[in-house]
Design a protein around this ligand. Sequence first.
Ligand SMILES: [Zn+2]
Length: 66
Amino acid sequence: MEPIMCPFCGGTNLFQEDDYSLELDYEYWTIHHWECLDCAQSFDKIEILPAPNSFETINNNESTIH
Ligand SMILES: [Zn+2]
């Protein structure tokens, strides 16, 4: 997942810091953090995936339906 451009100035001269992750009950969040080297603003993008437990639940439901 790549940033398109800085939301503040539209610059593409971005520095990406280390991602970090949060594991919640039903979701797994990956937070990507960038700093714009043109205007010095920083911004995040959060990617939310179902937690592994949710995947198992979905698979179980599908096999029950079939
Ligand atoms: Zn910028």
